[in-house]
Ligand binder design. Structure first.
Ligand SMILES: *Cc1c(COP(=O)(O)O)cnc(C)c1O
Length: 373
């Protein structure tokens, strides 16, 4: 039986009745768009975070896009972010005509090197967009400090960090807004696409509600442009509302999987060996991904296929080196840490219902493969 990085079917087997009941609830409600399930999920998601406002949208990319727009970022404005992220972070910035400005990441934790941010600020900078990659938060204190000094907005990309904490505060509640994705693989995943924005600012929340609804303040009358149709589907909202009650349990089980890897793979670490994830001081990691690195990454991935283990790389190409972003003008070599890491990282299977015996096979196979290199 093939072992893959992610599989939702074991979870679906456990939750089947609840998920199917969600579909029925919506279909019988008499309201298929922006109804009780969207409203109910928004209230619960905000309450879970202790955040004043949650506005759902149709996916995480639009969560970033509309949040930037609601925070006043537009054409020609610069947004400081990282290239070591899922491409949609940058796609969203680019899509509203804003200009992504990249800083490098730290070797230890793959997160924004906040020491580089001050030098990247120009008179055109409007926002800072840290990404809480793989499930732990970027260093927020230096960013909120710089933002205050220079009058910038801070948007957290929380697509991989549902339920993560940073010095006791929840991801998505530290900056001016937090953008979430509920793509099926995420820590809180829908059975399709979904997204949301948290914010403490009522005006930003109201702007988001208009932006996701063609720019209309009330029916048929547009007050804000460019608007979008970016509503979260009622069925996905109802599924998410039900799954939210189990989020802490998903996270606990992800942490158990991570602990088992960390223990089982400790013998492979050391100079020139496998590098395991590091959790920063003050961070509570939710392990969206369990990312390790090794100089002979490609050989390891290739050889594991003989064990029917199929690993993934998140992400194989730094965003600034992609041809679709050639117009940003970055050259290979401009972000050395990001580029070096991209050649070494790989992700081990990680999902809440990954059976321990499956996991042990991955651990044993890694010992064999790396032992032979
Ligand atoms: C998944 C992801 C997104 C985009 O979310 P979608 O729902 O797929 O549009 C944005 N940023 C990061 C860091 C992600 O991992």
């Amino acid at each position: 039986m093939a072992t893959r990085v992610w599989d939702y079917l074991p979870e679906y087997e456990k939750e089947r009745e609840d998920i199917l009941a969600a579909v029925e609830t919506v279909f019988e409600s008499g309201r298929l768009v922006l109804g009780d399930s969207v409203r109910g999920f928004e209230e619960s998601f905000a309450a879970y975070h202790g955040s004043p406002h949650c506005v759902t949208v149709d996916n995480g990319t639009n969560a970033v896009k509309l949040a930037l727009q609601a925070l006043g970022v537009g054409r020609g404005d610069e947004v400081i972010t990282v290239s070591n992220t899922a491409a949609p972070t940058v796609v969203a910035i680019d899509a509203i005509g804003a200009v992504p400005k990249f800083v490098d990441v730290r070797e230890e934790d793959y997160l924004m090197d906040t020491r580089q941010v001050a030098d990247a600020i120009t008179p055109r900078t409007k926002a800072l967009l840290p990404v809480h990659l793989y499930g732990q938060c970027a260093d927020m204190a230096p960013l909120t400090e710089l933002a205050r000094e220079h009058g910038l907005a801070v948007l957290e990309d929380c697509a991989q960090a549902h339920g993560a904490r940073h010095h006791g505060r929840m991801a998505g509640t530290i900056g001016d807004a937090g953008a979430f994705s509920f793509y099926p693989t995420k820590v809180l995943g829908a059975y399709g696409d979904g997204g949301a924005v948290l914010t403490g600012d009522q005006e930003v929340a109201e702007r988001l509600r208009r932006l996701r609804y063609y720019g209309m303040a009330e029916r048929y009358y547009v007050v804000e442009a460019p608007g979008h149709n970016a509503r979260l589907d009622e069925v996905q909202a109802e599924i998410l509302r039900r799954k939210l009650g189990r989020l802490d349990d998903y996270i606990a089980r992800r942490r158990a999987v991570a602990d088992r890897y960390t223990e089982g793979l400790a013998g492979l670490t050391g100079p020139g060996g496998l590098v395991l994830p590091e959790v920063n001081d003050g961070n509570e990691h939710v392990y969206y991904l369990y990312v390790v690195r090794h100089p002979k990454r490609d050989e390891i991935i290739e050889q594991l296929k003989a064990y029917d283990i199929w690993l993934n790389i998140s992400y194989p190409w730094p965003v600034h080196t992609m041809t679709g972003f050639a117009h940003l003008g970055y050259r290979p070599g401009s972000l050395p840490v990001t580029e070096r890491l991209a050649g070494r990282i790989f992700s081990l299977p990680m999902y809440p219902s990954l059976p321990p015996d499956r996991q042990d096979k991955v651990i044993a196979a890694l010992h064999e493969v790396i032992g032979r290199l």
